[in-house]
Design a protein. Structure first.
Ligand code: FES
Length: 101
């Protein structure tokens, strides 16, 4: 396996027992995972790995994604915001205005 240059985690709202229950799930976070993967592929943005994860404990700002190694957190995701984030990343811009603190 080739290690990714960057790893993006998108909240899947998973709890300790494996159930997906939480704000990000209620706001359709799972479909955003597929959308993000598709957009990265369509844009030829190689070097990214995308994974779903458990609750990131920022539920009030969900759905959430985090990009590493930068350690950047983005919230209130929808397809339009993902497009804006990927547009910025393509230009080596961190889309600071879309990040949460
Ligand atoms: S359910 Fe996504 S941050 Fe908590």
């Amino acid at each position: 396996m080739k290690k990714p240059e960057r790893h993006v985690f998108i909240c899947g709202s998973f709890r300790g027992n494996g159930e997906s229950r939480g704000v990000c799930e209620k706001k359709d976070g799972h479909s955003l995972l597929a959308y993000l993967e598709g957009e990265l592929s369509d844009r030829g943005m190689d070097g990214y790995m995308v994974s779903s994860c458990g609750c990131l404990k920022a539920c009030g700002e969900g759905p959430i994604l985090v990009r590493y190694p930068e350690g950047q957190w983005y919230g209130h995701l929808n397809e339009g915001r993902i497009d804006a984030i990927l547009d910025a990343w393509s230009d080596d811009d961190d889309a600071v205005q879309l990040q949460i603190s």
